[in-house]
Design a protein around this ligand. Structure first.
Ligand code: BGC
Length: 742
């Protein structure tokens, strides 16, 4: 292949295709073009010939619940089925790669794209993200894991530098990507728009090559986000294989090779990865798909996923579920009663195959004795007559279900929100309705968190749907009338106020930089560590039944802790519990109060119990050492907590974590205290009769003196221990290192 041909393969053709190569006569494809399509919760394949910049011109496809709701299922098995359904629809449309999932961490409540992301917690985002990738790819269609990395806001997203310390980057912002890459092997990764510590993600060698490929073993293709490439040659050199869409700079790539400023091997490598993707797609297309697309079945799957991800925040006096048969009048009011809000805006916007709203779905579900009433054009907020009718209806109904949430224009890709309150007209309506009924259910539809603290006391029950996809209305009916028992759990904390949230003072930055000043303390890692009161904690979600957790046991082997617990359904109906395991690791470095280590979702009949084992790998106990540039597990005690939310911990036990087999790396600036843990340096420093051992053993000495001694760097230890074998000590030291990512 000629150099210009190879260069051409490293950029796209038009908005959605990779470039192909034809035979010399032009009659056949030597290299076929591949079709890449959004993603992530359904296909957005643009109608041929339509405006490539428009967002609402997709062919019809099943609009599954967006990531916010899929995450809230805490149900990787179900999410994998959703992924497979998306894969089937993609394959039927000759799509080679679906552009998703997005696993960026929900750092701020205000990120306009939080509805496309899974969680504030990297373990949960990683597990659900991996399930989506596995599902999509099980059909022979590639996934594109995005947006790598640290794309946690929309404000200034094409330029902003996310300034993040190395440990935070590893533990929070890279961890979900790492899990998906190492456990689900996505065919492609999409780099982010933003810069990370000053370098564009598209040009970030450390991210795109050293970490992604060399450390995590990624063997697929890295593509750019749409328009994320600032300098084509620098991007190729850093490890970006495919620029999308093209900026028509293939000639510049060729020129750079000819001028000797770009190694031809770099072009070979990128083109080779594109060819490998073509081969992968071809090989897969030779196998028949497992089943043809069944849009009705996909609609039912969308319904199940929406129901599984809905979170019952409160349910005073068991107001829910409502009876579908008992004679009663139910008022369905609010802006989303008839016309639901079910997905977000931007590149993920799917043109649904059909949409089921709550009103029709509820009418179809209830028996003849139930009168379902609504007010036409309800939600036309400025219309006082409508408002008066609505309030009168609520006053005479037995139960009122009020559908509130964020309007379409409030959240989208491309901009961030500035507050988390419901629109003023909705709060006004809620006030007036709550004044005339004490049997009020609020059903929420919103992609980003909305605050509930200022109004939730006025409602008996609050059901948070997030964005439930095209079958959301059916799911609401199932949930309100108890056909399905709610089992979604919060993937992000709902604080009392925006001002309480950890990134509040740092978001969204200014003048081209956003500093991740809260560090590791994202979401519950912050609220729980500082005991900040919240409206609802991470992991929270009620059920129509109750669960008991008993008999916690932890079995340790070398690299894994197996956490076993028995969960029993102690209530009247079948339901699903999400058992959550948190780890509070011992350490000499600052750590959040606890972190999610693992979880399991169990469906149980009334009275039934099941013993479940949740494995925790070494990572659950580790921290990223910015000094040693590696994960470290510190030996010592760790508390294992099991419960139903980060603040509803029912069982705890303490285990002893063994040393991780890697002695600390010592440098001349390591301290005596640190070196004492080292298998060779420790005995050298603390040799019997030596001044250090003598002083540390003397408990009549002021503890402050011990601390002072422990803080002495090894380079200066001879001043305190003149007889120390300096040569032997020096031989154990590595040279000091610089932070890696920057
Ligand atoms: C988004 C990506 C998307 C791409 C193609 C970009 O604006 O950030 O998530 O896949 O467009 O539509």
């Amino acid at each position: 292949m000629s150099l210009p041909q190879k260069a051409s393969l490293t950029s796209g053709s038009g908005m959605w295709h990779t470039q192909g190569i034809r035979t010399a006569e032009g009659s056949d494809d030597l290299v076929p073009r591949l079709l890449l399509t959004d993603g992530p919760h359904g296909l957005r394949k643009q109608v041929e010939g339509s405006d490539p910049l428009a967002l609402d011109n997709g062919i019809r496809a099943t609009c599954f619940p967006p990531a916010v709701t899929l995450g809230s299922t805490w149900n990787p098995a179900l999410v994998e089925r959703v992924g497979a359904a998306i894969g089937r629809e993609a394959r039927a449309e000759q799509v080679a790669v679906v552009l998703g999932p997005g696993v960026n961490i929900k750092r701020s409540l205000l990120c306009g794209r939080n509805f496309e992301y899974l969680s504030e917690d990297p373990v949960l985002a990683g597990r659900i993200g991996a399930a989506l990738v596995r599902g999509i790819q099980s059909i022979g269609v590639g996934a594109s894991l995005k947006h790598f990395a640290a794309n946690n806001q929309e404000t200034d997203r094409l330029r902003v530098s996310a300034d993040i310390d190395e440990r935070t980057l590893r533990e929070i912002y890279l961890a979900a990507f790492e899990h998906v890459v190492t456990h689900a092997a996505p065919w492609t990764v999409m780099c982010a728009y933003n810069r990370v510590n000053g370098t564009y993600a598209s040009e970030h060698n450390e991210l795109l090559t050293r970490i992604l490929r060399q450390e995590w073993g990624f063997d697929g293709l890295v593509m750019s986000d749409w328009g994320a490439v600032d300098d084509r040659v620098r991007a190729l050199t850093a490890g970006l294989d495919l620029e999308m869409p093209p900026t028509h700079t293939d000639a510049a790539v060729v020129d750079a090779v000819l001028a000797g400023t770009l190694d031809e091997e770099v072009v070979d490598r990128a083109a080779g990865r594109l060819l490998a993707l073509v081969d992968r797609t071809r090989a897969e297309s030779r196998h028949p798909t497992s089943t043809p697309v069944d849009l009705d079945a996909h609609h039912q799957l969308a319904r199940a996923a929406a129901a599984d991800g809905a979170v019952l925040l409160k349910n005073d006096d068991g107001l829910l579920p409502l009876s579908p048969t008992a004679p009663q009048t139910i008022a369905l009011i609010g802006p989303f009663a008839a016309v639901p809000r079910y997905q977000g805006s931007g590149s993920s916007r799917v043109t649904p195959t059909r949409v089921d709203g709550p009103l029709d779905a509820i009418r179809a579900l209830v028996g003849a004795a139930v009168i379902v009433e609504t007010v036409p054009d309800d939600g036309a907020d400025t219309d006082t007559d409508t408002d008066t009718d609505t309030v009168a209806l609520a006053a005479r109904a037995d139960v009122t279900v009020l559908f509130l949430g964020l309007p379409d224009e409030a959240e989208s890709e491309g901009f961030d929100r500035t507050d988390i309150v419901l629109p003023a007209d909705q709060l006004r309506l809620l006030d007036r309705v709550a004044a005339v009924t004490d049997r009020l259910v609020v059903v929420l539809a919103n992609g980003g968190v909305v605050s509930v603290a200022e109004w939730q006391d006025r409602a008996s029950a609050v059901l948070e749907l997030w964005l439930p996809g095209q079958a959301g209305g059916l799911a609401v009916a199932d949930l309100l009338f108890g056909r399905t028992n709610p089992s979604g759990r919060l993937t992000e904390t709902i604080p009392l106020r925006l001002e309480d949230s950890p990134a509040y003072l740092h978001f969204p930055g200014a003048e081209g930089t956003v500093t991740y000043g809260e560090g590791l303390y994202v979401g519950y890692r912050y609220y729980d560590t500082l005991d900040v009161p919240v409206a609802y904690p991470f992991g929270h979600g009620l059920s129509y039944t109750t669960f008991e957790h008993t008999d916690l046991e932890v079995h340790l082997d070398r690299t894994t802790a197996l956490v076993a617990v028995t969960v029993t359904n102690t209530g009247p109906v079948a339901g699903a519990e999400v058992v959550q395991v948190y780890v509070r690791a011992h350490g000499t470095v600052g750590r959040p109060r606890h972190v999610l280590g693992g979880f399991a979702k169990l469906s149980l009949e009334p009275g039934a119990g099941e013993r479940v084992t949740i494995p925790l790998d070494a990572r659950s106990f580790a921290y990223w050492s910015a000094r040693e540039h590696r994960w470290r597990v510190e030996a010592g005690e760790a508390v294992i907590e099991v419960g139903a939310s980060s603040r509803d911990l029912r069982l705890t036990t303490t285990i002893t974590v063994p040393v991780d087999g890697h002695p600390p790396v010592l440098t001349p600036l390591s301290t005596v205290g640190e070196a004492l843990e080292h298998p060779e340096a420790g005995p050298l420093l603390a040799r019997p009769g030596g001044p250090i051992a003598t002083m540390l053993a003397d408990d009549t000495v002021d503890p402050g003196h011990h601390a002072m001694l422990r803080s002495v760097p090894l380079s200066r230890v001879a001043a305190f221990d003149p007889a120390i074998d300096v040569e032997r000590l020096r031989a154990l030291l590595a040279p000091p290192t610089e932070p890696r990512i920057g």
